[in-house]
Design a protein. Sequence first.
Length: 734
Amino acid sequence: MPIKFDKENKIFTLTTKNTRYVFGIMDDRYLVHHFYGKKTAKYALYKPYCVSFSPYRGELGNTKSPDIFPQEYSFFGSGDFRAAALKLRGENGCCATDFTYKSHRISSVPKSGGAGAEIAGIPCGRPDENTRSLSVILTDETTMCELHLIYNVFYEEDVITRGIVLYNYGKAPVKIEKCMSASLDLPSCDYDMVTLWGGHYDERNYQRAPLHHGTQSVCSRRGASSPQYNPFFALCDKKATEDKGEVYGFNFIWSGSFLDEVEVDQTECTRVQIGLGEENFGYLLEPTKKGKPAKKDSSPFCSPHAVLTYSDRGFGKMTRNLHDFTRNHILPERAVSEPHPVVLNTWEACYFNIDEEKLVNFAGESAKVGFDMLVMDDGWFGARSGDRAGLGDWTPNKQKFKNGLGSFIEKVKSKGIRFGIWIEPEMVNPDSDLYRAHPDWALSVPGRQPLLSREQLVLDMANPEVIAYLKDSFKKTFGGLPIDYFKWDANRHICDAFSHALPPERQDEVHFRYMLGVYDLLRWFTVEFPSAQIETCSGGGGRYDLGMMAFGFQIWASDNTWPYSRTWMQRSALLAYPAATMSCHVSNPGDDLRALDFRYKVAVGGMLGYELNVLRMSEEIKKEMARQVKEYKTFEHLVRLGDYRNLASPFLCPYSAYYYTDKENKEFLLSVIEKEGIPAGRTKPLKIREAKPGKTYVDMLSGSRYSGKELKDGLVLPLTGEKFTAALMHLAEE
Ligand code: GLA
């Protein structure tokens, strides 16, 4: 049983294939965390002790201070001076709450707040027949609020997701001022913290630093999960490597502002928290009556879910847990079961300079090369001839598409290729009909000019009228058209976060409600255009998160398509997210076949596409691209579905080396990419551990044969030190 409750000792045990998570009820009141780690490891239950200056409840003795014992969840103002997971402001203005255990429920089919594809409009881990859910219910006497701590256990993937649901059964509204989806107290501080930081064009740099006393955090205040800090992070023991050591991986199923906070306290223990935080979050929770259907605005508050995993076999196992979880429980099923199309995207080839004639020619040439889909990027709508105008006006530009979209798409399709189109629904240019008609539909502070970013403003996705307008507008433009793919972009972040549709006391809800609006519209697209797939994007990989992955079939990984930069960006994305999510394009190689080869070998680490002017490419280049697309399709299944094994990280080595393997370990796709300007030399032995010693393997790309033993012991490959050098092998068991 993945979830057990020991009635006598009042201990909950959550088990997955390789991990165990244990907490208990102390004095019928507090939830105490005991252990999270390897399933077979011995662990001791927490023993209370006394520490000066740490408050305690007199009747329970002086050893049980909420400031000291490891908490399952933590509350502001009632004796725990460490970071609180929940801060509520009650009717009397006080923020001190004291939630205590009341009851719990274990269920196989998660109910309210449990795993579903969604909870209250927020994506969460999709359950399967093995998913089990635990709700622990706590109450606070003063506010009369009831808090449900939700744990969903994904046994096979070694993942537990956590979130909260809060009911206000009091008489007056309460204000949620801080909300974290999970809080976890670990009994040591001997960890390194791994985070991914960056910027536009420079997504997902890798940082590993020792924890220090005090608070360390990564967060986004931008209304998007952001390229600056990804919500994923890990804590690992100091010696942890790819294959060895203890690693805890954390993530958040959410695409907006977030806070990942880690605090090392006076007792050298570590508190880990993942959630919406407090700076860009607040929520007024209206009272509701027990057992009665909730009225508008009085339904419970549901948080997004945090993801927790543990590996005792280094980062590699953590990565594979997160990959399996994302493929099995987050990504739309089609995104996993179907090969992703190899697209030709028009952006880097044409920018805004597109029209019907040009793109029909693109379609014809693309079909000849063997691309599956033409994606018409920005520039097709409204008065869009640059980035200053048009966003918000989702009707085709009459000069560029004289016969309308329908006849254009028909012509594209008659060339034997599928069709995709770019949209940026959340944004508006001040120079647009939409803004002229509804300036108050943009987020803006009354009486002040809002700030521009990329010449655009952000629509108020917290306003249901805006969402309704967008649905209507997209329905009019796209309804009935055979569109196979939408590229959903979002090219700026939120400031001036004032919604003209919300009362003053709800302005703190803008970031949260904005994202609910985005998810609502995304969901509508999946229902309205069921055969189309959505690639999400935010100036590249600016919303590379599990929330977006729940709706989209892949994410445009970065606007930076320089293959050397892509080498490390892809490596760090793969730390937490499977290759099936990673859209990787070959951009213009000029006439240089070697550059084309290198760009291709880098891009096949994810879902391959091209982004170049196919009309200007030489016959030689087109012939080679045609060969590449064909070749890629012989191993695409390994990239999309396979286990990822990193052999050499470009952050630490002069080259990148990794392989994908199918779950039966019969095929391997081995990639070695030299970094720019390295000296000539040799790789370390690249060990394919799953190769079977008695078997022979053929490299399907070169015809060379290798014994399983050779592969297991490790291939040593030359590093030429020359520009644009990479090796690719598709090894299949004979
Ligand atoms: C963003 C995207 C690009 C392209 C442009 C269009 O930068 O990341 O791929 O779609 O917008 O304006």
